[in-house]
Structures are given as structure tokens and as C-alpha cells.
Ligand binder design. Structure first.
Ligand SMILES: *[C@@H]1O[C@H](CO)[C@@H](O)[C@H](O)[C@H]1NC(C)=O
Length: 362
């Protein structure tokens, strides 16, 4: 009896200490897992074969997985705010935080040829008449000529101040923003005058002496040039502070969602920059465009036969029209060489200044 009892008692007694031990073990396991949970991805990094005995039990991994999910979720939530804890460059994360594209486009839509012969004559005639004809009337055009004396060298950078387009209101309420893209031009008449009128002005010019200069209360100079592509990743890795950026990237970096006026004097880079603004839907963030266009040669990275180059220019401007931009002012610069694709033809100038208003702008 006594011998039969011990096993029985033992059997009854066993759960006592075994349960305690199991509880302790379970508790430790729990704590271990808890400590290991979020950190485990990093700990798996050291080289070596995976340790299978750590993986199997079906119970714990599930809870670990659950914990990992919440970690990932909270981590993602923190990303745009914190600007990322592991990456030193804050711009990268702001950029990732703001998806812009609805769907990437790689080419603009080319318009049909102007005529059956696909000749330069036909293309040039259509293009020149297009850039010489305004599409909408603007009754109040603002200009730097409002400010003091306008020298003959001053270019007719004109914006439309009609109330229906909202710019005048933005200026009055000091909420207007002007981006000015240039290449070493020292004529800042327009920028100074717009800043005095109440616009926040950002002038991008690679020849500026320091990275960012605040010249007056609202006039910034940035040592940046606008390109139609971001630097190649390999180049960017070697030169992390490259001065070249796409306009969309700068908007993301600066946290700007809207530009009331985009002025560009890019010495023939305007065609590819314009193409980039179209392809990436940056245009819808812009209220008015004032561009100097150059016709004496195809422009940077524009090539093809003469007639196809002119067709490409025309197609770019038609894309603006399709996005509800309307030409309200056009100026032929007769002080510049009268050259069209290197030839003195069609009584054209090598340089025109065109102003568009985004009629969908609010
Ligand atoms: C050529 O252009 C100038 C300046 O725009 C203009 O005054 C002139 O009438 C034009 N000539 C012809 C033949 O169209």
C-alpha cells in the first residue's frame, strides 16, 4: 500500500513542483521572447547557418510574429514624422512619404504632323503661329515695370492678376510663392519686385555663393539648378550634396505643395524641364508659368530631324493646353539673334517669353 502510495502521492505531488517549474519556465520563455521580439530581425543578421532549434514551436512564433507586425506598423507610422532614425539624410524619407505619381509616363503624346509632307515649313508655321497667339484675355497683367524704371534690358516677365485666377488674392494675403529658375542671370528685377509685393520668392541658381541665402525678407537664393532627372544613384552616393535636382524633388524637400508662379529662364534646358513637369504631374501644383523659350537650336537632349524637333516643341505646349493652361501673353525678343534652328528663316526670333495661367488653379 505504502509502496503503491508514493507513486500516487508522487503523481499528485509531481504536478505541484512540476507545475511550478513549468510556470517558471513558461514565464522565462515569455520574457525571453518579449525581449527578443522586435530586435530579432537585427539579431539574425550575423552570418552563420540558421539555428533550427530556435524556430519550431508553433505557439511562440505566432505571438512573436504578431508583435513584429505591430512593430512594423508603428515604425512606419513614425517614419514621416521622425524623418527616419537610421538614415542621416532627411530628404530621402520626406520624399518617400509623399507619393506623387498616379502612374508613370515615359513620353509625352506627340501631336500629329502639321502637314502631309512632314516638312520644316509646315511645322515651323504651325508652331510660330501657336506661340504668337494668346488663348485667353488677361485684363490686369503685373510686371516688374510696375516697379520704378524698367530698363530696356528688362524682360517682360508678366503674370496675370485678374481676380478670377487667384494670384492677386494670394499676393494681397501674402501667401504667394514664386519659384524662379535661372542659370547665372543677374537680372533679378522681377524677383525683387514680386518679393516687395508680398511673394515668398525662391530663386534657384547654381552660381549663388552659399547653399541658401536670404537676401531680403522674402527673397531666397538657393544654390541649386533644376534638372529633368535626379542625379544617378551612383553619383548621388559619391556626391550626396549635389546641386542638381528635379523640380518635384525640390518641392518635396522644401515641403511646398504649390507654386503660384514658376518663372524659368533656362537657356534651352526649358524643353526637357517642361517635359519632366508634364510627365510627373508637377504642373497641377503650379498656378502660372512664365517661360523664356529658345529656338536657335533644338535644346539640351532634344534631337532628331528639324521638323521632328519643332513637332516635339509644339507637342509640349499642347500638353500644357490639355492641362488647362492658357497662354495670356507672348513676347518676341527682337533684341536676340533672329535664328530658328540655326537659320535666319520664318522671320522668327531665337527667343520668346510666354506666360500661361492654369485656369484650374484655386
Ligand atoms: C518680322 O518680325 C518683325 C518683328 O516681330 C515684324 O515687325 C515684321 O513685320 C515681320 N516681318 C514679316 C515679313 O513678317
Amino acid at each position: 500500500m505504502a509502496t503503491a502510495r508514493p507513486p500516487g502521492r508522487g503523481c499528485r505531488a509531481l504536478p505541484g513542483w512540476l507545475l511550478g517549474a513549468a510556470l517558471l519556465l513558461g514565464l522565462r520563455l515569455c520574457m525571453e521572447l518579449h525581449r527578443e521580439g522586435p530586435g530579432s530581425p537585427g539579431r539574425r543578421d550575423p552570418p552563420g547557418p540558421p539555428r533550427p532549434h530556435l524556430l519550431p514551436p508553433p505557439g511562440p512564433p505566432r505571438s512573436a510574429r504578431r508583435r513584429q507586425v505591430t512593430y512594423v506598423r508603428s515604425g512606419r507610422r513614425a517614419l514621416p514624422r521622425g524623418g527616419g532614425t537610421t538614415t542621416p539624410e532627411p530628404s530621402c524619407c520626406t520624399l518617400r512619404g509623399l507619393p506623387r505619381r498616379k502612374g508613370p509616363r515615359w513620353h509625352i503624346e506627340l501631336q500629329p504632323w502639321a502637314g502631309p509632307a512632314q516638312s520644316l515649313d509646315e511645322e515651323a508655321s504651325r508652331f510660330l503661329s501657336y506661340i504668337s497667339t494668346t488663348q485667353i484675355a488677361c485684363d490686369h497683367m503685373g510686371t516688374d515695370s510696375l516697379a520704378t524704371d524698367s530698363s530696356p534690358a528688362t524682360k517682360p516677365w508678366l503674370v496675370c492678376l485678374d481676380d478670377r485666377f487667384g494670384l492677386a488674392h494670394q499676393i494681397r494675403s501674402k501667401r504667394c510663392r514664386l519659384y524662379s529658375l535661372g542659370l547665372g542671370s543677374d537680372d533679378t528685377h522681377f524677383e525683387v519686385s514680386m518679393a516687395n509685393d508680398g511673394c515668398e520668392v525662391h530663386r534657384f541658381d547654381p552660381s549663388v555663393k552659399s547653399a541658401h541665402v536670404l537676401e531680403s525678407q522674402r527673397l531666397w537664393h538657393h544654390r541649386l539648378s533644376i534638372d529633368w532627372r535626379d542625379p544617378h544613384p551612383a553619383v548621388a552616393a559619391q556626391k550626396p550634396h549635389s546641386n542638381t535636382r528635379k523640380l518635384g524633388s525640390i518641392l518635396n524637400e522644401f515641403g511646398h505643395h504649390k507654386i503660384d508662379i514658376l518663372k524659368a529662364d533656362l537657356e534651352s534646358a526649358e524643353w526637357k524641364v517642361l517635359e519632366n513637369l508634364i510627365l510627373e504631374d508637377v504642373l497641377e501644383q503650379i498656378g502660372q508659368l512664365v517661360f523664356e523659350i529658345h529656338l536657335h537650336w533644338p535644346g539640351f537632349e532634344v534631337s532628331g530631324s528639324e521638323s521632328s524637333v519643332v513637332r516635339f516643341w509644339y507637342s509640349l505646349l499642347k500638353e500644357l493646353e490639355q492641362r488647362d493652361f492658357r497662354l495670356f501673353h507672348t513676347h518676341k525678343d527682337v533684341s536676340k539673334p533672329q535664328l530658328f534652328l540655326k537659320k535666319d528663316i520664318f522671320n522668327a526670333s531665337s527667343c520668346y517669353t510666354l506666360s500661361w495661367v492654369n485656369t484650374r488653379w484655386k
